[in-house]
Design a protein around this ligand. Structure first.
Ligand code: MG
Length: 209
């Protein structure tokens, strides 16, 4: 199982961190399987950072194997979507970015990929779009809609599968909308997705210790 992550896939988020907005191709990085944190287990604030950020993202669960997937078949590779948090040690990432180095230690450390529950895609797609939000201690801090994606889910499948064979069970973190920010021990993070019938469903709970 691999965890493929997409960076800067919402223009407003790219701008809030003063990053260029990608146009030609998505920004791709990975987290190792040991980064996964599931079953609403608490997240322990790591001692190597002083600026840990939440990034709420829609996660695709790959449902069959595929290599060099063609655009017309891309939508057949995911049937369920979930929410995840791409925890990021922003201070470390900024240092690495300055040096032009890979981001792995800022993004792929243990428990940095929080994964909530999944729902069938058709339950949450409204005219092709999915709306989602993150609350921190009860207050909305991120609110996204996939109509603002720079690269659609299908485009990501096509692009990623050119380089990495997709295997059933792989996860794709599809990028975070604007509103990323720091978390502190004691914070409660809750991720919600909007269903087709106008309800919100909580898919993710993460307590920071
Ligand atoms: Mg991210």
């Amino acid at each position: 199982m691999k965890i493929i992550c997409i960076g800067r896939n919402y223009a407003e988020h790219a701008r809030e961190l003063n990053n260029p907005v990608p146009t030609a191709a998505p920004v791709v990085f990975m987290k190792p399987p040991s980064a996964l944190l599931v079953n609403e287990k608490p997240f322990y604030y790591p001692d190597f950072t002083n600026d840990l950020h939440h990034e709420l993202e829609i996660v695709l669960k790959i449902c069959k194997n595929g290599k060099s997937v063609q655009p017309e078949f891309a939508s057949g590779y995911y049937e369920e979507v979930g929410l995840g948090i791409d925890f990021t040690a922003r201070d470390i990432q900024d240092e690495l970015k300055k040096k032009g180095h890979p981001w792995e230690i800022a993004k792929g450390f243990d428990n940095s990929a929080v994964l909530g529950k999944f729902v069938p895609l058709e339950k949450v797609t409204n005219e092709g779009n999915i709306e989602f939000q993150l609350k921190k201690n009860g207050e909305v801090v991120q609110h996204g809609n996939t109509r603002d994606l720079l690269f659609t889910f299908d485009q990501l499948i096509v692009y990623v599968s050119k380089y990495f064979k997709l295997l059933q069970g792989d996860l794709i973190f599809t990028g975070t909308p604007a509103g990323v920010g720091p978390v502190q021990p004691g914070d409660l993070l809750e991720g919600f997705i909007f269903t087709k019938d106008g309800k919100t469903e909580q898919l993710l709970t993460c307590e920071v210790k």
